[in-house]
Design a binder for this molecule. Structure first.
Ligand SMILES: [Zn+2]
Length: 231
């Protein structure tokens, strides 16, 4: 390390799904530039890779963005962003009263919530079989592959999210192809609880509130999605 290096401070946050402490540092100007460039490309793979790298590097890979649930990565990313750039996001609110009604307002990253309350991996018993699966919520990479989706990649994501399959007396050591065959062989009824678990995944969001400057209408909502967290 050269003498000119600045030692970045370390902060601690909690991973929403596990409650575990995660140490992180802010991102640097150079890292921010790379993020902004990636975002401009509007290509989901580029953006996903940039976010995974940022969260990975800033947490010294304590958080593995490849398998960590999406909302955990978003939450930790927002914490990193708040310590790197600032706690406040300045935004412009629109209103249906007029296309020219623009109301500047701001939100506090400290108000970020993850709802509904996340749970760590859960056990799901597959009806009419002796199988139980342990599933995790989709990661950011799972989402990226769903966005470029066809039916097959949706099944692949479900298979990815199965971390373990077992019966009363055996733990399966299946690879991803076997897990996929397992998912594909289920009836809709058998898949129901698993699909429900994935569908009801918690979301990370920041509450928003502003009063339209033109008509006075109160707008209450929330901000979510990485593209909105960069402003
Ligand atoms: Zn208005």
């Amino acid at each position: 390390m050269s003498k000119a290096s600045i030692i970045l401070p370390t902060y601690i946050t909690k991973q929403p799904s596990t409650g575990k402490e995660v140490k992180f540092r802010p991102f640097t100007v150079k890292e921010e530039k790379a993020l902004l460039l990636a975002l401009q490309e509007e290509d989901i793979t580029t953006v996903t890779t940039a976010i995974k790298n940022t969260v990975g590097v800033c947490t010294s890979w304590e958080l593995d963005p490849e398998t960590t649930p999406y909302y955990d990565v978003e939450y930790v990313f927002l914490k990193i962003r708040s310590k790197s750039v600032g706690e406040i996001l300045d935004l412009i609110g629109s209103c249906e009263c007029s296309p020219t009604a623009k109301t500047p307002f701001s939100v506090d990253i400290g108000d970020t919530v993850v709802k509904p309350s996340p749970v760590e991996n859960i056990n799901i018993k597959i009806p009419d079989t002796t199988y139980t699966v342990i599933a995790r919520h989709p990661s950011i990479s799972d989402f990226a592959s769903l966005a470029q989706t066809n039916g097959e990649s949706a099944t692949q994501v479900v298979a990815n999210c199965i971390t373990s399959v077992f019966t009363d007396d055996e733990v399966m050591s299946w690879d991803s192809t076997e897990k996929m065959e397992f998912v594909e062989s289920m009836s809709p009824k058998q898949q129901k609880e698993l699909a429900q678990f994935l569908k009801n995944m918690p979301m990370t969001s920041i509450p928003t509130k502003y009063k339209c400057k033109a008509c006075g209408k109160e707008h209450v909502g929330s901000l979510s999605g990485f593209e909105n967290f960069f402003v």
